[in-house]
Design a protein around this ligand. Structure first.
Ligand SMILES: [Zn+2]
Length: 247
């Protein structure tokens, strides 16, 4: 989970249309929030990811669901309230279900608060710093074994593989193979790892947290710094750091 910066509401959500859609929902129970304009605007500010688990969402496959942070029942007046809507995957939305932060206890709304305050990663597991974090993990089932653990495990394995290869290249560099080709190979490889943890990428919080705390990564970074090769990578690292859920 990363901090999201909520965009402007879609133009279709004027105060008049909000009132009319809300009244339509109260009388008919119709899913009035399922508008393409709403979905598009939600996907735009979340980089097409689930607000909770950061899985990639695809509007074409209709996989994205409009999640109501405060559930439709009893908060029917908030069914198309822009600040109550989040883009979510089916799994997170289903898991959260009728959970009501107003009565069941506040959870992290990543469009309002920094997840870093409440959550951190310890290896493959998302852990909590406080009650808000604990309730968030439980409500959205953010350590579900059927999918998230497997995805994190695969991502971690790929990252580890890439880091080991780069460590070996760095060793040859330090041993004297300072060719431009070798230098660029190392820099490109670290850049690619850091880019995979960019806030716009799926599972950025997990990737940033794993990568930046990895001893091999830290050794490569220190070696690059010592060789004067780190500078072009610093911006990428800052970007990954902004979504890291560090201990
Ligand atoms: Zn999700």
């Amino acid at each position: 989970m990363i901090k999201l910066f909520r965009g402007e509401p879609p133009k279709s959500l004027t105060s008049a249309s909000v009132a009319s859609l809300t009244s339509e929902y109260t009388t008919s129970g119709k899913s009035v929030w399922n508008l393409e304009s709403i979905k598009k605007a939600l996907l735009a500010y979340s980089s097409s990811k689930c607000a909770y688990c950061e899985e990639s969402l695809d509007i074409a496959s209709n996989y994205m669901e409009v999640e109501h942070f405060y559930p439709k029942v009893p908060h029917s007046h908030l069914v198309v309230e822009w600040k109550n809507l989040l883009p979510a995957c089916k799994r997170c939305n289903t898991s959260k279900g009728k959970y009501d932060p107003a009565t069941d206890g506040m959870i992290v709304n990543p469009a309002d608060v920094y997840p870093q305050k409440h959550l951190y990663f310890s290896e493959l597991t998302l852990r909590y710093r406080d009650d808000i974090g604990e309730r968030t993990i439980l409500a959205c089932n953010l350590n579900r074994t059927d999918r998230l653990f497997r995805v994190r495990s695969d991502l971690h394995a790929a990252m580890h593989h890439s880091l080991e290869r780069t460590r070996s290249d760095m060793k040859t560099y330090l041993a004297g193979n300072t060719s431009y080709e070798n230098e660029q190979k190392i820099v490109r490889s670290v850049a690619s790892l850091l880019k995979s943890a960019d806030p716009k990428k799926p599972y950025a919080a997990f990737l940033a947290s794993s990568l930046l705390s990895d001893p091999t990564y830290i050794w490569i970074k220190e070696s690059l710094q010592g060789s004067g090769l780190w500078e072009p990578l610093d911006k990428l690292e800052q970007s990954a750091k902004s979504v890291q859920l560090a201990r």
